[in-house]
Design a protein around this ligand. Structure first.
Ligand SMILES: Cc1ncc(COP(=O)(O)O)c(C=O)c1O
Length: 360
């Protein structure tokens, strides 16, 4: 018998959204935090031109992309890495800095991929309780163990949508040992940039990484381009475990063109925020518990798991797919990506009807 290594055999496959609408129903996916609109129209020509170089390996140093990122965010180019999505960078961090003799720590209701990469690295995965649906720097510091090597915090958080302040992140960093690497995952950072609390300056300390992605605000989820600012000595180690040709020629061209259309990205964030806040208010006024979100999605909290499952079933029967959140320790919650207005209207109408029928 051909056997996998034991820690892989013990793992479950990473749970992606299950999108199987009833026969004849149009699929409405509000389940993967994709952008509400396609990427900037500027990328079409850039991708077509890049496709002509499809017989060549991509630039392994993402030179043009890093230069533009450095310029846009006022960052040093040294220490910038691009990933095949930020997932590749998250996985690389665990592979290079955690292991069987180390623990990875994250908030209890964090992005489930942090757990997956800890398992892949054969590291123990510890969690710290969140308070009022928000990451608590006090709880994280209290959960630190002598072998905690890596701490992941998504800010804003997925699936909570909430964020912690720069002040609290600074307190967290100050409270961690200097041999513990703090990773601040800002996959939804562009949706909160108006708060003007950038964290990139922490990277210069040598013990902190800040990650971003073009999958969300730039609408490039299908192209798979993430990036991060790493202390140079950390970046050297991560590169050893990454695919050396990780971002395709079309991915790099699309990302550069998208970065060159900042107006479009800001417009996407504004449209998303306007719809998000409008539907949050609408759901709240219908009696749903919806925390303030700083992202492109809303979390809907139900009384318990069976109530959430009932609402999810009513939505699925109409072809509408939100994302159940048991994987993030929130089995009483559904997460709704901010999509097209008509799809959100449909979701709200189905939830209204369901609530009239089933909510006490
Ligand atoms: C918090 C967080 N980090 C990282 C990612 C991964 O994004 P990417 O598409 O860049 O791999 C996601 C995707 O949903 C996310 O929610």
């Amino acid at each position: 018998m051909i056997r996998p290594v034991s820690h892989v055999a013990a793992m479950s496959p990473y749970a992606l959204a299950q999108l199987d609408p009833p026969a004849g129903q149009r699929l409405v996916s509000l389940s993967q935090n994709e952008s509400l609109r396609p990427p900037s129209p500027l990328i079409a020509q850039a991708v077509a031109e890049a496709a002509a170089n499809g017989h060549l390996y991509p630039d392994p140093d993402w030179t043009a992309l890093c230069a533009r990122l450095a310029e846009l965010h006022d960052l040093p180019e040294q220490g910038l890495l691009c990933g095949n999505g930020s997932m590749e960078l998250i996985a690389g961090l665990a592979q290079a800095f955690a292991g069987p003799d180390a623990a990875v720590l994250a908030p209890a209701n964090a992005y489930p991929f942090f757990r997956t990469v800890a398992q892949l690295a054969r590291a123990r995965f510890d969690t710290a309780a969140e308070v009022d649906g928000c990451v608590s720097f006090d709880a994280l510091l209290a959960a630190v163990q002598p072998d905690t090597r890596l701490v992941f915090v998504a800010n804003p958080g997925n699936p909570t949508g909430t964020r912690i302040s720069r002040r609290d992140l600074l307190r967290l960093r100050e409270g961690l040992r200097e041999n513990t690497l703090l990773v601040i995952d800002e996959a939804y950072g562009e949706f909160a940039d108006d708060l003007n609390e950038p964290m990139f300056d922490l990277v210069a300390r040598g013990d902190t990484v800040v990650l971003r992605t073009l999958s969300k605000a730039y609408g490039l989820a299908g192209f798979r381009v993430g990036w991060g600012l790493f202390p140079p000595q950390i970046a050297v180690q991560i590169r050893k475990v990454m695919n050396p040709n990780n971002v395709s020629v079309c991915g790099q061209a699309a990302a550069l063109a998208a970065l060159n259309d900042q107006d479009y990205m800001h417009e996407t964030c504004d449209l998303t925020a306007e719809l998000r806040d409008r539907f949050a208010d609408r759901l709240r006024s219908a009696g749903f518990d919806v925390p303030k979100s700083h992202t492109n999605f809303l979390l809907i909290r139900f009384a318990d798991q069976s109530t959430a499952t009932g609402a999810d079933k009513a939505l699925r029967e109409k072809g509408i797919f939100l994302r159940p959140q048991s994987g993030a320790g929130l089995a009483n919650c559904l997460r709704a990506t901010i999509g097209q207005t008509a799809d959100l209207e449909l979701m709200a109408a189905v939830l209204d009807r369901w609530a009239e029928e089933f909510q006490p």
